[in-house]
Design a protein around this ligand. Structure first.
Ligand SMILES: Cc1ncc(COP(=O)(O)O)c(C=O)c1O
Length: 372
C-alpha cells in the first residue's frame, strides 16, 4: 500500500526554521561524548525544567508513562487488593499500571460530551475497598477534576492523575497533575512532548512523595546498594532526557498550533460529524477525535482519499478480555462511543491546507450519505 497523502502523524524533528533537527543532533552528540548514559546531569536538568514548565515543585523522570502511574499509585499508598477507579475510555496502560502493583482496576463509565470519567458514575463505584481515583485527561483535555477531586476528598481517597496525553493542559487555570498526590506523564514518541524512545515523569508538590519516587524508580535504593524497599528499574536515560530538553521549550508553540488546527477543523466539519466537546480552553489537543454514526465507512472513504486516521479507542476497558477477571460493570456510554470514534490527523507539522483537505473529504462522504 502506498504512503498516505496525509499521514496521521509526523514524528521526525523539523528541519526548517528553529532547526529542531540540528539541536537534537547536538544534544545526542553531547551525551555520547559525556560517557554518562542513565540518570545523570541531563535527567536532573530535564526534571527541573519539566517541573517548572508544569508549575510543579518536583518532577521525577522514569522509564515510561505506565511506570509513572504505577509508582505514583504506590507512593500514594495504594497496594495489592486496593480498588482504583479508572475511566472506561483510555489507553489500556492506565489500568495495566493498576494491575502491575496488584491493585484492582474498577472501570467507570464516561461523560457523553468529553468522554472523560463521569463523576456520578465514579461516586456510585466507591466501595469500602476503594483507595484511589485515577482520572485520565483524555485526548489532551482535563477530566472534571473539580467534581472528581471533591469526591476523593469526601471519601479520603488518593487523587492520582493520568496526564499522559495532557502536557501543559490546564483546568480552571490550574495545571493538571497538581490537585492531588501528583500527575503521571508519558513521553512516548507520539505524545505532545515525545522522546525518541520510551520515557515518563511524575510531577508532585509533595517533597516526601518525590523522594519516595526517586527511590522506587531505582530499585528502592536509599543509597547505592542499600535497598530499603522493593522498587523497580524505571530509570530514564540521558539520551532521552537530552532530546526532551530540546523539545520542551518548543512545546508551548506546538500546543498553540494544535489548538489553531483543532479550531480550523471545528469551523469546517459538516453536521453529523461531532468533535468531542471542548470543555476547557486549557485543552492541548493531543488528538482530534470525532464521533460519527458510520465510522467504519468514513474511515474507509478517507483511506481511499489518502488520509490516515486511527481509533482511540476501539475497545473500552470493560470489554477488554484482559480485565474480565475483575468483573467490570457495563459502561453503556463508553460502549456506544467506541463504535463511533475516529481520530483525524492533528500534529504541529500539519498544514492548514491539509486540514481543509481532510474536512472537504469528510464533507464529500457526508453529502454522499444524504443523497445515497
Ligand atoms: C492515557 C494514557 N495512559 C498511559 C499511557 C502509558 O504511557 P507509556 O506508553 O509511556 O507507558 C498512555 C500512552 O500510551 C496513555 O495515552
Amino acid at each position: 500500500m502506498s504512503a498516505p497523502r496525509i499521514p496521521f502523524n509526523q514524528l521526525r524533528p523539523a528541519d526548517g526554521p528553529g532547526d529542531e533537527r540540528a539541536a537534537i543532533d547536538a544534544a545526542i552528540a553531547r551525551v555520547v561524548g559525556s560517557g554518562w548514559y542513565v540518570l545523570g546531569p541531563e535527567v536532573d536538568a530535564f526534571e527541573r525544567e519539566f517541573a517548572s514548565a508544569c508549575g510543579a515543585s518536583h518532577a521525577v523522570a522514569v522509564a515510561n508513562g505506565t511506570d509513572a502511574i504505577a509508582l505514583l499509585l504506590r507512593a500514594a499508598g495504594v497496594g495489592p487488593g486496593d480498588e482504583v477507579l479508572v475511566p472506561a475510555i483510555t489507553a489500556a496502560f492506565t489500568a495495566l499500571a493498576v494491575t502491575s502493583i496488584g491493585a484492582v482496576p474498577v472501570v467507570v463509565d464516561v461523560e457523553d460530551a468529553s468522554l472523560t470519567m463521569d463523576p456520578a458514575a465514579a461516586a456510585a463505584a466507591v466501595t469500602s475497598r476503594t483507595r484511589a481515583i485515577l482520572p485520565v485527561h483524555l485526548y489532551g483535555q482535563a477530566a472534571d477534576v473539580h467534581a472528581l477531586h471533591a469526591l476523593a476528598i469526601r471519601h479520603q481517597l488518593a487523587f492520582v492523575e493520568d496526564c499522559c496525553q495532557a502536557h501543559l493542559c490546564t483546568a480552571g487555570g490550574v495545571p493538571v497533575g497538581l490537585r492531588g498526590v501528583g500527575g503521571a506523564f508519558s513521553f512516548y514518541p507520539t505524545k505532545n512532548l515525545g522522546a525518541m524512545g520510551d520515557g515518563g515523569a511524575i510531577i508532585t508538590d509533595d517533597a516526601e512523595v518525590a523522594t519516595r519516587l526517586r527511590r522506587l524508580r531505582n530499585g528502592g535504593q536509599r543509597d547505592r546498594y542499600h535497598h530499603v524497599e522493593t522498587g523497580i528499574n524505571s530509570r530514564l536515560d540521558e539520551l532521552q532526557a537530552a532530546i526532551l530538553r530540546v523539545r520542551l521549550p518548543r512545546l508551548a508553540d506546538a500546543t498553540r498550533r494544535r489548538r489553531a488546527l483543532a479550531a480550523r477543523y471545528r469551523r469546517q466539519l459538516p453536521p453529523g460529524v461531532r468533535p468531542v466537546t471542548e470543555r476547557h480552553p486549557g485543552h492541548v489537543y493531543h488528538l482530534f477525535p470525532v464521533r460519527v454514526a458510520e465510522r467504519d465507512a468514513l474511515q474507509a472513504h478517507l483511506r481511499a482519499d489518502g488520509i490516515e486516521t486511527l481509533i482511540h479507542y476501539p475497545i473500552p476497558l470493560h470489554e477488554q478480555p484482559a480485565f474480565a477477571p475483575f468483573n467490570p460493570a457495563p459502561c453503556p456510554r463508553a460502549s456506544a462511543a467506541a463504535r463511533q470514534l475516529l481520530s483525524l490527523p492533528l500534529h504541529p507539522h500539519l498544514r492548514d491546507d491539509e486540514v481543509d483537505a481532510v474536512a472537504a473529504s469528510v464533507d464529500r462522504f457526508m453529502k454522499g450519505r444524504v443523497f445515497a
